[in-house]
Design a protein around this ligand. Sequence first.
Ligand SMILES: Cc1cc2nc3c(=O)[nH]c(=O)nc-3n(C[C@H](O)[C@H](O)[C@H](O)COP(=O)(O)OP(=O)(O)OC[C@H]3O[C@@H](n4cnc5c(N)ncnc54)[C@H](O)[C@@H]3O)c2cc1C
Length: 461
Amino acid sequence: MASRPGSASRPVVLVVGGGYVGLYTALRLQRRLSRGEAEVVVVDPQPHMTYQPFLPEAAAGSVEPRHVVVPLRRTLPRCRVVTGAVVWLSHAQRRARIAPAEGAPYEISYDVLVMAAGSVARTLPIPGLAEHGIGFKTVGEAIFLRNHVLARLDAAASTDDPAVRTRALTFTFVGGGYAGIEAFAELEDMARYAVVHYYPRLSPGDMRWVLVEATGRILPEVDLDMAAWTVRQLTARGMDVRLNTRLEEVSDDGVVRLSDGDSFPSDTLVWTAGTKPNPVLAQTDLPLDQRGRVRCEPTLQVSGLDGAWAAGDLAAVPDLTKDEPGATTAPNAQHAVRQAKRLADNIVAVLRGGRPRPYRHAYAGSVASLGLYKGVAQVYGVKLRGWPAWFMHRTYHVSRVPTFNRKARVVADWTMASVFRREVIALGQLQDPRREFVTAAGLGGAGHLPAPSAGDRAQAG
Ligand SMILES: Cc1cc2nc3c(=O)[nH]c(=O)nc-3n(C[C@H](O)[C@H](O)[C@H](O)COP(=O)(O)OP(=O)(O)OC[C@H]3O[C@@H](n4cnc5c(N)ncnc54)[C@H](O)[C@@H]3O)c2cc1C
């Protein structure tokens, strides 16, 4: 049966997704609208927003994983937060079906829609990829990879079998955008520190870090000279950057085969080769472009529909700062945050009988961390390398992470990390917490445990 969360007198604003766009839109709506003007309902499968630019630092242990997420219920006390996924939506009927974390799906009615469900990893039908690979988009994946990389060092240091050692110490990443490069560089930096300080039987030269990128460059967000400098920096650290190379196959026993003819066993395969709009859009009646994004007007209104808005990674928003016809804003946090603010202001204006204003923002540039005290940045045409870029990365992101609480905790994490030695302990039991109890109860390794995920298999491999 359909339920309507608001009272008949005030409109319901349904925000699908509590990420960058969803959280910032709801924050602004809760601040600008009085309780009588509208009820804001935020639906997300996670009870938190994830500040994704901090995931590489969370994986490297510089920031506590809990501090890179922002709890929705605490941050949005004047909104109704629903933990569940929107699985179907008809804007014509103004209804959405929600699958809660547990229990049967149900429908709600709404008046105004904000579609902000973001993007998902863009994978290719490469044999073995789904079975052996893991993405890098969620805090769960970041924690898993941190534990996994450290567990691989433990495995390599505790065996005399050269084959086990080689595959444990080979780490393969696919995709050279900022998410991939930062994850690749931060994890290598952490692993190198761990090897030098705590693994006398290993040396950094025993590790093999391979980045596979299908195009002729990495970091498309910065100029070519900065991208080339980054490749030189990574190569000087002994990392293997393969441009114009594709992942072709991963065999059942984890041997990675590349398009340049090379193949090698690798216990770690991280896929960061781009994103695509959330596939839930196919279960809606919203108009989509040829890339599967929601068609939007410059005002962030969904084209041709009343009362529907969209922004962020899943939206095709015209880029008014570019002359090329058909240019749309790139999927990144910079646009997501600014679009959310414009979107919320436009909703408030329309609810109060006013007119929406177009979104216009020229991309300011990029900052990327490449490990402790290492980075690359290009902001408003200014190019920075090494320590200054790393410092800019930190100051920029701490100024951007939502809420004072999170800013303070992140700064505290960095301060502690600069005073004490780096934390490089693998909490492998987190990946399989019931194993010991199930074994003690005599059910053996399998018992009633759920089937292992691709990530668990990578851990076991
Ligand atoms: C590792 C990494 C590093 C990055 N670093 C940078 C950087 O340095 N600079 C930069 O500009 N950008 C960066 N980005 C990109 C940036 O994080 C995204 O562009 C931004 O998050 C997009 O915001 P969004 O609101 O569209 O999507 P998201 O922030 O991803 O939010 C989407 C939300 O929708 C929820 N959702 C999904 N499906 C459903 C459903 N069916 N129903 C309801 N809710 C749903 C999700 O749980 C999520 O909370 C990075 C991304 C990654 C992965």
